[in-house]
Unconditional design. Structure first.
Length: 245
């Protein structure tokens, strides 16, 4: 039997990279899938790739009011939710001297505040039992230059995995986190990293390569499925050994 057979699921940031791969794998595992994306174009492209059975919602992951809109759309379509992969996020890297208040606020809004209020909005429609998986980062554990705000926002998500587990477990809701290292997604290109930059990054990874999105998603599927029922408040680090250096 498929591991997510019949489960109603939501993947935020499900239009590219790890999120899109998660949507693909959730469908393959028998789930009903809703995704969110930040633009009409990306949502339309993902809907075309994933098929008409997928509920695709345009939503700004950093806008608090939009989180209730997502919850309402999912409730209207599915009636409730069994699993959520909170994946939407942004990665912005700057020297300390180049950060301004607006940029800091945007990173924390998308990477931490939005996810928090999304979980709050989804709480009435989450089943008992249900699973929430937060996509964090190994940057929360390592002192990578220029990653101060990104790392801090992801560290906040790791903390939420623990504190919300303690708060919500009695309601039947498990919260866990995956913390990827460098994964071969469009992110590095968006950050302006060329082939030489990628090669320099790979030198920092003991496994000798970037990870594949599917290698993160397999952990997400486990945590979202009934097989992960005894895994609570945990963080799965998936980084090819990078954080061990």
């Amino acid at each position: 039997m498929a591991r997510l057979d019949g489960k109603r699921t939501l993947v935020t940031g499900g239009t590219s990279g790890i999120g899109l791969e998660a949507a693909r794998q959730f469908l393959a595992e028998g789930a009903r899938v809703a995704i969110t994306g930040s633009s009409e174009a990306s949502v339309a492209a993902a809907r075309a790739e994933l098929g008409g059975s997928v509920l695709a919602i345009r939503a700004d992951a950093g806008n608090v009011a939009a989180q209730q809109t997502v919850a309402d759309a999912v409730q209207n379509a599915f009636g409730g939710l069994d699993a959520v992969f909170v994946n939407a996020g942004i990665g912005e890297f700057r020297p300390l001297s180049e950060w301004d208040e607006a940029a800091v606020d945007r990173s924390f809004a998308v990477n931490l505040k939005g996810p928090f209020f999304l979980i709050q909005a989804l709480l009435p429609i989450l089943a008992n039992p249900a699973s929430i998986v937060l996509n964090t980062s190994i940057n929360a554990h390592i002192g990578m230059p220029y990653s101060s705000i990104y790392a801090a926002s992801k560290a906040g998500l790791i903390s939420l995995a623990r504190t919300l587990s303690g708060e919500l477990l009695g309601r039947g809701i498990r919260v866990n986190a995956v913390s990827p290292g460098p994964i071969a997604t469009p992110l590095h290109g968006k950050l302006g990293m060329d082939d030489k930059g990628v090669a320099e990054l790979v030198k920092q990874i003991p496994a000798g390569r970037r990870g594949a999105p599917n290698e993160v998603v397999q952990a997400v599927v486990f945590l979202a499925s009934d097989a992960g029922a005894f895994t609570v408040g945990s963080e799965f680090i998936i980084d090819g050994g990078m954080s061990t250096l």
